[in-house]
Design a protein around this ligand. Structure first.
Ligand code: NAD
Ligand code: MG
Ligand code: MG
Ligand code: MG
Ligand code: MG
Ligand code: MG
Length: 339
């Protein structure tokens, strides 16, 4: 059984007694900085000079410093920059990361694959909320908390776990429950989940379903509702009560279809393919290729991103969502969200 920590297992005063630098102010960064600030923690944000996020952080009442200065000022340094950028940013952090300080992550990638090698005299820990950054902030302001994971890679002070749990309480995670893990387990399961099921698997399933219906002559608008829009409604049921509650809520026709069709789609070959993904994650093949892609100009990444954005399911979705303003639809243009 995984060891779980809740609010009463964590002492907020530990992190309140520290100076905390949040490096990066993106999805996770803004949520950690603002939640900690609301929890009475002394927080500053470390950013590149001229970062587009500087104004956002300042408008939210946070002090912004260059990365190296923030690291020097802080006792606890949380690195919340994109994983492919973290090793570069860490070089600016390193001079300020003196003995007894704590280096933190929200994902174990750079420690697990050794692109960052902190000195032995600092604590290295992880608090990974199991949800997107924007939810980490929203749920916290509503009085709840996104559950999370905690791990300690290096415990130079002997207090690494207690401090990480205190941090987790400061951002609200202990309200939802925090499970203890290792950097290796967190990294490998996180990569597998997003590749096989959450992102890779689901997106591929949606596209394939849409293509089969439209190639057979059905209207794209109907196909969109069947394979993408309704997916949220189904996942919401699973989220609240597992597969059983989803099946309780759907018709018997849909439930029987689920039982007979599921195994015809996710065949033993698909499970074998998943095992292949896991092997590539575990032996470092995935990490090596991702790092290479980033070091060689991300041409493949940008090309695929563009091709994917041009898929017909995206075009029809954009049009349909315009007539559903209550969904709070958003559009991404040139890497930015526009309403
Ligand atoms: P992000 O892409 O949203 O934001 C990164 C931020 O880093 C940018 O907004 C910018 O402020 C800053 N940045 C970029 N380059 C920089 C540089 N060279 N120097 C200084 N700052 C720079 O990133 P994210 O999705 O919040 O991911 C941060 C970490 O959190 C990653 O380790 C990720 O795996 C982890 N994580 C993310 C999520 C999520 O919801 N997105 C969930 C769990 C864990
Ligand atoms: Mg992104
Ligand atoms: Mg994840
Ligand atoms: Mg991830
Ligand atoms: Mg239906
Ligand atoms: Mg039913």
């Amino acid at each position: 059984m995984a060891k779980a920590y809740h609010d009463h297992d964590a002492d907020l005063s530990l992190i309140q007694a520290k100076k905390v630098a949040i490096i990066g102010y993106g999805s996770q960064g803004h949520a950690h900085a603002l939640n900690l600030k609301d929890s009475g923690v002394d927080v500053k944000v470390g950013l590149r000079p001229g970062s587009p996020n500087e104004a956002k952080a300042k408008n939210a009442g946070l002090e912004v410093l260059p990365v190296a200065e923030a690291a020097k000022w802080a006792d606890v340094i949380m690195l919340l920059v994109p994983d492919q950028t973290a090793a570069k940013v860490y070089k600016e952090v390193e001079p300020g990361l003196t003995a007894g300080k704590t280096l933190m992550f929200a994902h174990g990638f750079n420690i697990r694959f050794r692109t960052i090698n902190p000195p032995a005299d600092v604590d290295v820990s992880l608090v990974a909320p199991k949800g997107p950054g924007h939810r980490v902030r929203e749920v916290f302001t509503e009085g709840g908390g996104v559950p999370g994971l905690v791990a300690v890679e290096q415990d130079a002070t002997g207090n690494a776990l207690k401090l990480a749990l205190s941090y987790a309480k400061g951002i609200g995670c202990t309200r939802g429950g925090v499970l203890e893990t290792t950097f290796t387990e967190e990294t490998e399961t996180d990569l597998f989940g997003e590749q096989a099921v959450l992102c890779g698997g689901t997106a591929a399933l949606v596209k394939a379903g849409f293509e089969v219906l439209t190639e057979a002559g059905y209207q794209p608008e109907l196909a969109y509702f069947e394979v993408l829009h309704e997916l949220k409604l189904i996942v919401d049921l699973m989220y609240r009560g597992g597969l059983e509650y989803m099946r309780y809520s759907i018709s018997d026709t849909a439930e029987w279809g689920d039982y007979v069709a599921g195994p015809r789609i996710v065949t033993p070959a698909v499970k074998d393919a998943m095992k292949g993904l896991l092997k590539d994650i575990q032996d470092g093949t995935f990490a090596k290729k991702f790092i290479e892609e980033n070091e060689t100009g991300r041409k493949g990444f940008e090309r695929i991103r563009k091709e994917e954005a041009a898929h017909p399911v995206e075009k029809v979705g954009k049009d349909l969502r315009k007539s559903m303003p209550f969904l709070d639809p958003v559009e991404v243009k040139d890497g930015n969200v526009v309403k």
